[in-house]
Design a protein around this ligand. Structure first.
Ligand code: T4K
Length: 420
């Protein structure tokens, strides 16, 4: 255990930052670089860059096998994949979504003039609370979009039962959930369809990319048309209104290469998770959000909940302490979709129905993990957190002083006014 007297070593007290270079959350996993370069060179040599090329087809096949889903349709990113699923399902009116998610989930609806109705979450799983979903159903409700936040599965059985009973479409934003399971079955397979993101920061990345997986033949066929301008087989054969959601060959090459290393990524993430768990154990006010180890997980997110009263400092203060040390912890998903535009203007009272979301967005933070982070880095990060909490009074005072130092003095204000 680090001694309290070492607190002078914190950067907010003037010491050198613990890390000379910035340590990011969301550093991309790369996999076997040699294999990747081989594939990239092959793409360049064959001069086939897009439009359902060899690597896209291979990626779709491998991802379908990996998830156990019947169909996989690769796309240029997760947001377009969400938009296309929403459209292909014929959703209209209102769709119930969590506010506690990346804003793309709501935007994919609003973009098509469908109203995202923000629903509160279960504070344990950080995913939709089915009882609250039911309360929000109106005659205008067309469907439910659950989000497997952090790869943690929604309460899928309850949501499925509810959707069937109320005759609603159910789909899942599984952007975080490649490689995760629910009752032993891979996420992506539930509801009408599941959407993955392969953004650079995701567990499996394709630089940028996304995919829809589904077991519904008709839906899959529709989505394939929609993501390619509505083109059917042969030349000049437009059968449907569509857009450009295609994945390119470079992205697919990256995706395939990453898929080959998935076990290594998981092993590293798991090792990191267990180390964080051990080193943050018994720290007052700090809860490392646990994974259900009975399921498959990608362990991609290290999520802390900070209880300000127990820890003596708030989540925001801890984030400031870490940033001063060059550890760029993030406040995902702050402040919640309902407090972002245009939603906060459309629904200024939404917070009244979102008490758990409101609480969570004030206490949750994400720490660096993945293949770019070493065990030594993690020890240092945990040491900083431990010190900050041991010395919470001093940390608080220092941050308040810093805040006061940014408030202009009367003299400065006077000068400013005279200059104007
Ligand atoms: N649904 C959910 C639940 C999602 O989380 C997302 C995406 C989507 C839907 C939409 O899928 P996509 O259309 O994106 O495929 C990032 C990502 O841009 C976004 O894809 C992701 N969610 C979201 C959770 O995180 P920011 O605003 O946090 O990105 P940024 O630039 O601050 O980067 C995050 C961290 O990653 C930084 O510490 C730097 C590091 N980073 C980032 C990039 C791009 C790298 O180290 N290398 C990189 O190349 O949104």
């Amino acid at each position: 255990m680090l001694k309290t007297t070492q607190s002078t070593k914190l950067a907010i007290f003037g010491a050198a930052p613990a890390f000379t270079q910035k340590l990011h959350v969301g550093r991309p996993n790369i996999g076997d670089r040699e294999q990747l370069m081989k594939r990239i060179n092959d793409v360049l040599d064959r001069k086939w860059f897009s439009n359902n090329g060899k690597y896209v087809q291979e990626f779709e096949k491998k991802l379908a096998e990996f998830t156990g889903a019947k169909h996989c349709i690769a796309m240029c990113n997760g947001t377009i994949a969400l938009e296309i699923v929403i459209r292909a399902l014929g959703l209209t009116g209102e769709v119930i979504v969590p506010s506690f998610t990346f804003v793309a989930t709501a935007h994919a609806l609003q973009w098509q003039e469908i109203t995202p109705v923000f629903c509160d979450i279960d504070p344990e799983t950080h995913t939709l609370d089915p009882a609250q979903v039911e309360r929000l159903i109106t005659p205008r409700t067309g469907g439910i979009m659950g989000v497997h936040v952090w790869g943690s599965p929604c309460q899928i059985d309850e949501l499925t039962e509810l959707a069937q009973r109320r005759n609603l479409k159910l789909a899942f934003d599984a952007s975080h959930a490649v490689g995760c399971s629910y009752k032993g079955r891979m996420l992506g397979n539930f509801g009408e369809a599941g959407v993955f993101s392969f953004h650079a920061t995701k567990f499996l990345n394709a630089f940028e990319g996304g995919a829809v997986v589904t077991n519904n033949d008709e839906l899959a066929a529709k989505i394939r048309l929609m993501k390619n301008f509505g083109f059917g087989p042969g030349y000049d054969n437009v059968m449907y209104v569509g857009t450009n959601g295609k994945m390119n060959e470079m992205s697919a090459a990256m995706g395939i290469t990453g898929l080959e290393s998935v076990d290594d990524f998981i092993a590293t993430n798991y090792r990191n998770y267990k180390q964080y768990q051990a080193e943050l154990r018994n720290l007052p006010g700090v809860r490392l959000v646990p994974y259900n180890e009975a399921e498959k997980n990608n362990y991609q997110y290290i999520i802390l909940e900070i209880d300000e009263w127990e820890a003596g400092i708030s989540r925001n203060e801890l984030v400031k302490v870490l940033h001063a040390e060059n550890v760029l912890a993030r406040r995902y998903f702050y402040p919640g979709g309902h407090k972002m535009e245009p939603y906060r203007s459309y629904f200024p009272n939404a917070h009244l129905l979102l008490p758990e979301t409101e609480k969570l967005t004030e206490k949750v933070m994400s720490l660096p993990t993945g293949t770019g982070v070493t065990p030594e880095d993690i020890s240092k990060i945990c040491g900083i957190i431990r010190l900050a909490i041991q010395e919470s009074d001093r940390v608080r005072r220092a941050l308040q002083d810093e805040l006061l130092a940014t408030v202009p003095t009367d003299k400065q204000l006077e000068t400013e006014i005279t200059v104007r």
